[in-house]
Design a protein around this ligand. Structure first.
Ligand SMILES: [Zn+2]
Length: 58
């Protein structure tokens, strides 16, 4: 885990945002991002947030 999952920049120079997920085997790392902008863009591109159980009504 040394680079951003989205833009592949070296995370050392950033205060990285880490995403992990609870699975049957414990916790699995989903991704690491240099900032919330990359996390947000990654969510948009991968549809990772689609079908998430917490619903936001707009
Ligand atoms: Zn990034």
């Amino acid at each position: 885990m040394a680079e951003c999952t989205y833009c592949e920049q070296d995370l050392e120079q950033y205060d990285a945002v880490l995403v992990d997920r609870e699975t049957d085997d414990g916790r699995t790392q989903e991704g690491a991002f240099c900032n919330y902008g990359c996390l947000s863009a990654w969510l948009d591109e991968t549809d990772a947030a689609t079908g998430a159980c917490c619903r936001i009504d707009v």
